[in-house]
Design a protein around this ligand. Sequence first.
Ligand SMILES: *Cc1c(COP(=O)(O)O)cnc(C)c1O
Length: 436
Amino acid sequence: MSQPNQSEALETAKASELAGASSGAEWLARYSDSLMGVFGTPQRVLVRGQGCYVWDADGRQYLDLLGGIAVNALGHAHPFVTSVISSQLATLGHVSNFFTSPTQVALAEKLLAITGAPAGSKVFFANSGTEANEAAFKLARRNSKNAEGGRRTKVVALEGAFHGRTMGALALTAKKAYREPFEPLPGGVVHVAFGDIEALRAEVDSTTQAVFLEPIQGEAGVVPLPEGYLAEARRITRDAGALLIVDEVQTGIGRTGSWLAIEGSGVMPDAVTLAKGLGGGFPIGAVVTFGPEASAFLSAGQHGTTFGGNPVATAAALATIHAIESQGVLPNVLAVGDRLRERLVALPEVAEVRGRGLLVGLDLALPAAVPDDANLAAAVVNAALDAGFIVNAPGPRTLRLAPPLILTAEQADTFADALPGLIAAAVATLIPKETP
Ligand SMILES: *Cc1c(COP(=O)(O)O)cnc(C)c1O
């Protein structure tokens, strides 16, 4: 029996030919008529990317200093990643987890190697950061008994934490506006004051299953854990028999200049979650469990996924990691990140600069003329877009930059040079107009 015939016309086509062409304004009108409103109005309609630049439907170019929220580690349309993804898709695209594939196994081995995982460590693949944390939450729930024969039922996370938006991951996320409309959430999660080691010590006991931490809270505005907190959290969790689970969805895979942000801290957690930059723009998430004990909490049948760890996603991640390794990307992250922070902190319009590598947070000084309740950062985002820069505002005074890891010093400088003018343009839109 022969395969169904594919007509000539279906052999090659670009997605743009399937979607059709419109102006940005027309796409946005069609968007609001057809897409659920959870994201508000998109800032622009993007049609093409190359390296650190993207172009919108009206032909305008932007320096992408957000990288799809810390995702496009190698920028847009990276030739090596693109070629590996297309050739894998043209060879074998999806198999389900009744089967495995060479890229899945090779990526698991690679992740264990670059995270410095000891013998007996394991990997679970998902499709996003939320799903990786959801799996880690289920893993934590299996740490259910303590030495005294009692039950563990509590999971501890931090104020300011962002771990995702599904019901389990949302239970770990701190922000009330995200949580409250969806209560009741899975129970037993307690949030303690950020960076306060005594608050953590007071909450973690023999009923605690796990503590979830981000080394740098990205969504909260790029806020690093205080010096020494992670090591002390490891001591506290180990003493209590609780797991230490580190969410490196945003900070991992080179974002801070090392494979993990916790690298070099001397701390070995029980699990690390990864996603965002891992697939270089292709969706994939992962949980790495450290050592045989943490790796045995989820047994056959206790968790699963249809797409997770598929050949294309794992090929994309293998290609991304290979390109980061072979093209000197990690030293670039450190050098350009340091330069960018140095330039930004020197600006009188900037009150504080935080972060490591190419995860940069900055607080804007509030000019006297601007009302206290004005969203200055959102106004700067708009001024930046008008000037051809994509940046993000996680708070009303805070900007976040998470550009491709291949950003050059010259590209970083164009933004630092432009920022005072962008802030001035934003301020002009916020100052109450004199009524004549
Ligand atoms: C983005 C993010 C998530 C959620 O990842 P998704 O891929 O959006 O599901 C979880 N944790 C952290 C720290 C993140 O930055």
